[in-house]
Design a protein around this ligand. Structure first.
Ligand SMILES: [Zn+2]
Length: 186
């Protein structure tokens, strides 16, 4: 069992895999008109005619190479390309795309009770996602405005409110914090 059971689906959903291929690996993606799918040279084998297909699914970007038959998500790509183990790849993708996966296990522990008593797993998913995004936004704010006392106090308070939302399984409250944090970044 992986150390990061839900972290993988979160990073796959939030990571902008195409921008990584373009800006980090310098690949040239030939996009379909709707930009929901594209093709480029495969970085995993000596490719001369683009055989690496990309597609935007509901749960994130996937790839499929008709040349070397490798396929998967950005996590499998990191595993192949960098020779990483699964958990290491999940952590690297999270770091590269500034996705917060810390605290996921805490949330899963805390919300076990509401699920058993009829709460929906949908709520848990939302709570987990908004928490990760709110925390990521807060880190961005701190990086942009270091030494700003008012911001620091707001963030400290936001983290306290996030803890309350986790305790109460309050996905809506968490979304509100995420939206407020996003405003500081616009
Ligand atoms: Zn390939």
């Amino acid at each position: 069992m992986s150390r990061f059971p839900n972290a993988k689906s979160l990073v796959v959903k939030l990571a902008d895999f195409p921008s990584f291929l373009e800006s980090d690996l310098g690949l040239n993606i030939r996009w379909a008109a709707d930009r929901e799918s594209g093709k480029c040279l495969c970085p995993l084998h000596g490719d001369s005619d683009p055989s690496f297909g990309l597609k935007n699914y509901d749960d994130g970007w996937g790839f499929n190479c008709f040349g070397c038959n490798s396929k998967g998500t950005v996590v499998e790509f990191f595993m192949h390309y960098y020779g990483m183990e699964h958990d290491e790849a999940v952590a690297s993708v999270a770091e590269r795309f500034e996705i917060n996966i810390e605290g996921l296990s805490v949330i899963q522990e805390t919300i076990k009770a509401p699920i058993k008593t009829g709460g929906e797993s949908f709520n848990m998913k939302k709570l987990t996602e908004f928490h990760a995004q709110a925390a990521t936004q807060c880190r961005l704010i701190m990086r942009k405005r270091p030494g700003d006392g008012a911001i620091r106090r707001w963030i400290e308070e936001a983290f306290e409110r996030m803890d309350d939302c986790i305790e109460n399984c309050d996905a809506e409250g968490m979304e509100k914090i995420y939206l407020e944090a996003s405003k500081w970044n616009t």
